[in-house]
Design a protein around this ligand. Structure first.
Ligand code: NAD
Length: 532
């Protein structure tokens, strides 16, 4: 259940008009069978005021959306990759031209800072640029040697799956929805996108721009609603699911995809550690760690919730980190301008979850070095940057993802103990290690059980590398996004074998002993000549 917010006056920027909101919400596939569901009231996080009503899709609407996408997909798949990419080159331009409106819409539903909203808006252009450069090569059919050189060949084709369901969370609502849909569409699929209700506006605007860029009508559909209401029908009517969200929901999605025998990619939660070695340059570490912990108000899947600091630098690190966290907290603000450096949580519900984790730790003996309080004076979902020590295993925050501006600092003296503690989690999404000695840091990076490991950075360096596949290990996910693998996962690999001359009939006429002898000789010869 969503906690309801007091309705009052909004503080929307002048660009965000009722006409724009009505136009965007009209894009949701809803009410196709004539039975309108109760709409969802969208809230401006900074004020708690209602900004508009979001139509909610019924199962019949989801079926209709998937059918539309499937019908448009047939022609789209017949276009050359180069022709499809022209649409994405135009979309790239449109996103950059409309970046301020995109940032407004991101901020309305998420409450993040302007700078973070702009950074988020830059993610899809980076992904688009990468695939503009690589997609034609990656999707090209590959001719491979057949079972018998010269006589046969095998062609590997990459065929689009058909219709891809993209289910996106609220924390990077524009970046994730757009960046995960991009390779699905470029590979020749249709997409049915389900954003989170809270943050649907920015996603709808991105889709509107994509249609302006020349995407064939109907190819990308948006359905909205509660996950459990919309999810099962969506998966039932799709050929692949790209899900980003919590580990608990990921498990449900994986089960449903398994039952339908379709593939899925699951990008899930984390409990990400940072290691600060005794030779790390604290002038770099402190701002890096502050961003890694408190960026996006701690609501980033790759953000750091555990910091292990070598005992030789522990006291200085704690003193400087706490001072920097307090300074950041003093720059919190509810504004669409660039002044605030620390934003809101997404909702009072999220604030309640974060606060519960901190109060549980406090009650069980943790020390709150700074923070640990809500800031209703700034907005209904603001919470202070919070630093804990003395956190022990029975506290919820020790092992569960808090997903807010809360971090625990631990002390270590032996490198191997720090690595073991960093790995002592069921998650494996991101890890960070800081040292002036790059060779040593890279060696440690190789021992950390995470799908992304950042040396002398918190998460930006891996997050921004669009050429390298990125995903979670252990309970943090299945599959990867980005790179060649992030495009090919939206295709089926089809093997077309071509026989230039039929040789089987001649062999069948041989006595069996002779056939066997010839077969063994051929196998040996091919291995020696490295032909097969
Ligand atoms: P969530 O799992 O509650 O919801 C994610 C999306 O799934 C939403 O659109 C939601 O409506 C939908 N959903 C919920 N139940 C569903 C169901 N049964 N069927 C289909 N859809 C359903 O997660 P959240 O709270 O929105 O997002 C925060 C979580 O996402 C955190 O755990 C965070 O770590 C994770 N996350 C991971 C990544 C990554 O790349 N690994 C990125 C961002 C966020």
């Amino acid at each position: 259940m969503e906690t309801s917010m007091q309705s009052g006056a909004t503080t929307l920027p002048p660009r965000i008009t009722k006409t724009l909101i009505d136009r965007l919400t009209a894009m949701v596939t809803a009410g196709t069978a004539g039975d309108k569901r109760e709409p969802y009231e969208m809230i401006e996080v900074y004020t708690g005021a209602v900004v508009g009503e979001l139509p909610q899709s019924s199962p019949e609407d989801v079926v209709a959306a998937a059918a539309q996408a499937r019908s448009a997909q047939k022609e789209w798949a017949s276009w050359s990759v180069e022709r499809r990419l022209e649409v994405f080159a135009r979309w790239h331009e449109l996103i950059l031209a409309e970046i301020e409106t995109i940032a407004d819409l991101i901020q309305i539903g998420s409450g993040k800072t302007r700078r973070m909203a702009i950074e988020e808006s830059c993610d899809p252009p980076m992904v688009i640029s990468h695939y503009l450069k690589t997609a034609a090569r990656v999707l090209k059919p590959v001719q491979r040697g057949g079972y018998m050189p010269v006589i046969s060949t095998s062609i590997q084709q990459h065929r689009p799956k058909g219709v891809v369901a993209v289910i996106a969370p609220w924390n990077f609502p524009f970046a994730i929805a757009m960046s995960d849909s991009t390779p699905a569409l470029i590979a020749g699929n249709g997409v049915v996108l389900k954003p989170d209700n809270k943050t649907a506006l920015c996603t709808l605007f991105g889709v509107e721009l994509l249609y302006q860029a020349g995407l064939p009508r109907g190819l990308m559909q948006v359905v909205c609603g509660g996950g459990p209401d919309v999810g099962p029908t969506l998966i039932e009517n799709s050929d692949y699911v790209m899900f980003t969200g919590s580990t608990a929901t990921g498990r449900t999605i994986g089960e449903q995809a398994g039952r339908n025998l379709i593939g899925c990619s699951l990008e899930l939660g984390g409990k990400n550690p940072m290691l600060v070695l005794e030779d790390a340059n604290l002038d770099d570490v402190i701002p890096g760690a502050i961003f890694a912990v408190f960026g996006n108000t701690g609501q980033a899947c790759m953000h750091i919730e555990r910091i292990y600091v070598h005992d030789r630098v522990y006291d200085e690190f704690v003193r400087r980190f706490v001072a920097a966290a307090e300074e950041l907290g003093s720059k919190a603000g509810a504004s669409y301008g660039t002044d605030p450096e620390f934003g809101s949580l997404v909702s009072p519900d999220q604030l309640a979850r974060v606060s519960e984790h901190v109060e549980d730790a406090r009650a069980k003996g943790a020390t709150v070095l700074t923070g640990g309080k809500a800031r209703p004076d700034i907005g209904p979902a603001f919470y202070e940057p919070t630093v804990l020590t003395d956190v022990t295993a029975e506290m919820t925050h020790a092992t569960m993802e808090t997903f807010g501006p809360v971090v625990t600092i631990y002390k270590f003296s032996a490198e191997k103990d720090a690595i073991a503690q960093a790995n002592a989690t069921t998650y494996g999404l991101n890890a960070s290690v800081w040292s002036r000695n790059l060779a040593r840091a890279e060696k440690i990076a190789g021992q950390l059980e995470a799908g992304n490991v950042n040396v002398n950075d918190g998460f930006v360096v891996t997050y921004s590398s669009k050429a390298t596949p990125s995903g979670g290990l252990k309970q943090s996910g299945v599959g990867t996004r980005h790179g060649d693998a992030g495009l090919l996962k939206y295709t089926d690999s089809v093997n077309i074998g071509v026989q230039k001359r039929q040789v089987m009939a001649a062999r069948a006429a041989m006595p069996y002993a002779k056939q066997l002898q010839t077969t063994l000789l051929t196998l040996r010869m091919m291995r020696k000549l490295r032909l097969r």
